[in-house]
Ligand binder design. Structure first.
Ligand code: ADP
Ligand code: MG
Length: 283
């Protein structure tokens, strides 16, 4: 698999002097599922804004498919159609009065003809389960519905990369599940998906690659199983270990399970381990 996104020695300083990113580097291959972690103010959103081209790194470079972002009108328009961003706060994303106008805006702007846009909007509204509230004005939608529309805004552009900034942070369990299903579908379509989140359980189950930030610095990069067993690292970055990892380590410490076993990925797997132990003892 070849690298689709490459961030090289990127720093970003806001006008008030805040150094939000400090010499960040990493690469991601096509189709990799990437999670950004880190406490509030660690630089996750700033990096997403740089990756989408909204902010230009003060130092360093961002490459898409091996080519640096071109910071001119045409280059940025093109870049943003390939790298879509879903903001944490949908009100920062949605500008049109109606759901239909909102979703069609991007492709009409790219020069797609009306009839073709109509077909595409209908298709995306069905896929993202927007049809039941498509007639409502955008400002009357619930937070979850706004999130669905914000995702449609991005997906309709057929991007190769999607950045989702804390996509489920304000959602109820039903919408959280719905958004996660949409994310899985993006991955199935071959889109490279970046998610920033505070949900360690989700990061643990979902991600191929995890990048941890603290105070604008990259503190760690690796597979969730490699990083999340390191209690001190995780806690020093203002995070907590995933529930299943914490419980597994505690059960090992108490001699109920042994560390020879592969660390479980899900609660279901851990449950199976315990049932297995019980059966072994009752033989
Ligand atoms: P995260 O998304 O991880 O919470 P951010 O990227 O939003 O982190 O913020 C990183 C740092 O940049 C924080 O110290 C924050 O206060 C600062 N910051 C964010 N936006 C601005 C801005 N527009 N002007 C000045 N500082 C900002
Ligand atoms: Mg943020």
């Amino acid at each position: 698999m070849k690298e689709i996104v490459s961030v090289q020695n990127c720093s970003y300083q806001y006008e008030d002097g805040t150094e939000a990113l400090k010499n960040i580097s990493f690469s991601v291959r096509k189709g990799e599922k990437v999670v950004f972690l880190g406490g509030n103010g660690s630089g996750k959103s700033t990096l997403f804004l740089c990756m989408n081209g909204i902010l230009r790194p003060t130092r360093g470079e961002i490459l898409l498919d091996g080519k640096p972002i071109a910071y001119n009108r045409k280059g940025l328009l093109q870049h943003r159609s390939k790298v879509g961003i879903v903001f944490q706060e949908p009100d920062n994303q949605l500008f049109s009065a109606s759901v239909y106008q909102e979703i069609s805006f991007g492709i009409l702007n790219m020069g797609v003809v009306k009839e073709q846009a109509h077909v595409a909007v209908k298709e995306i509204m069905e896929e993202l389960e927007i049809m039941p509230f498509q007639k409502k004005p955008v400002h009357c939608l619930s937070g979850g519905q706004k999130k669905q529309v914000a995702i449609a805004d991005v997906l309709i552009m057929s991007p190769s990369v999607i950045l989702l900034d804390e996509p489920t942070s304000a959602l109820d369990p039903r919408h959280t599940k719905l958004v996660r299903r949409f994310i899985d579908r993006m991955v199935e379509k071959g889109i490279t998906v970046f998610v920033s989140t505070h949900d360690m359980d989700y990061a643990y189950e979902w991600a191929d690659k995890v990048i941890i930030f603290k105070n604008g610095e990259r503190m760690a990069l690796g597979k969730p199983k490699e990083l999340f067993v390191q209690k001190e690292l995780i806690e020093s970055c203002n995070l907590v270990q995933p529930t299943v990892v914490k419980l597994f380590q505690s059960l090992c410490q108490h001699g109920i399970l042994t560390r020879e076993k592969e660390i479980p990925t899900t609660m279901k797997e851990l449950e199976q381990y315990l049932i297995g132990e019980k059966e072994k003892h009752s033989e």
